[in-house]
Design a protein. Sequence first.
Length: 523
Amino acid sequence: MTLFEPITEQLELLPGYLAHHILLTLAALLASIVVCVPLGVLAVRIPRLRATILSVAGVLQTIPGIALLALMVVLLGQIGFLPAFIALVLYSMLPIVRNTVTGLTEVAPAVIESAEACGMSGGQVMWKIRLPLALPVIMAGIRTSAVWIVGTATLSTPVGATSLGNFIFSGLQTQNAAAVLVGCLSAAALAIFLDLGISAVERAHRSKNSGLRTLTLAILATVILVALSPLVSNDPEGQEDPVIIGAKTFSEQYILAAALGSHLSREGLVTETRPGMGSTVLFRALASGAVDCYVDYSGTLWTNILGRSDNPGRAGVVPVLKRELRDRFGIVVIGPLGFANSYVLAMPRRRAARLGITSLSQLASVAPGLRMGSDYEFYGRPEWRSVRDAYALSFKELLTFDPTLMYAAVGQGRVDVISAYSTDGRILLQDLVILDDPHEAFPPYDAVLLCSADAARRAKLVSALSALVGSITDGAMREANKLVDIDGHSAADAAEYLLGTLRDDRLPRESVPGQGELQDRSQ
């Protein structure tokens, strides 16, 4: 592989991601202008409302962007463009409202008095005198909001809205520096372009040269339309809707989504991937039909979705999931893929040997002097509460990391214990030991293929997905993860390896959880 090949691979994805990002950004910016400039005028015309309007805009600005996006998903009950759009509009209000108020109130009183002396009404003074004089200040606020929206829109990936954030989130999880670089540079370039473009329009307007105004707007519009052109579908009439494949926020999920996409494409189906979503967001998307299929884990569904705290074992979980998910959510469990990726607690081998720890029971006695790290959702999951209570675990400090940085943290000694995935190749890379769970506080985590109610009516799709049931071994999945997490290959490369093990039968078949006699394939 040449030095520029990884970047070239990412640049092939750029037109589509950039088009979605521009559409989201422009829609949010235009809506914010339409809402916030009149709000600023209202705050000036009715002074008693000024503090309230500015305070609300200020409070919205203090909410972290990712939290506001997640809140919109909860309130709207859907993922994708709409929640991201509304969140970005709310997040961008403050600069426009504040600058509108500032610009209008700073117009010289003498100018206003002169206009009123000429017989102008209050409305005429506002629209013909104050707003034109305040325009430079208002435009400065719009330029600030434009830059904020471009940056915050990269966070829309976890709520199912395609953006340049797809590069950044996937790059971080799969340790693909080229993807992160392309995503960051593209977002920065877009922010600069919009800032300069708005500035050029403002200068052209002030010049009073109609030809220059027309030329500036034409150039800006042309560039934007060209950038948005990948969104224009040229598919022939009658073609089936694409199969929307979801994925969570770690390497294995990116690999599985790519493998599903490649497999379904070979079966003649058009696919589209929505990666980087949180567990609950992705499940809701499947239940609502916004996502057609994805791979989840039996333990996650058992505890987080069904709210179960019992543990009937691997043989008992999948049949119950099939029945309950169908009856309560209309979701079809196509079947287990054949491997399990369990939540485990792990620590450096040397550290564990020095402390004499091989199990969670032994960990409990020394936990008060240790620091634990996890991904950003583990501490909020029922599994953690179950394990914590079963072993009376009480750590000196609980820290949260991006999954990739979590492994680096335990390798550097910043934390002593982490929550890990049993099929993660980084366990070997960091020489970690998985601690035994004698009380079986963690439920089984067999990978299961889920399908939405609408998608389940597509016989061709169900048939193609069913062909994957029981076809992926623990060893194959672990090796695919290793290709990404340790060897630096792309998720697409690992997906092709994974599919190759199915086609070439290079690894022995193992029993399928939930079908016949189950075997324990844990480490």
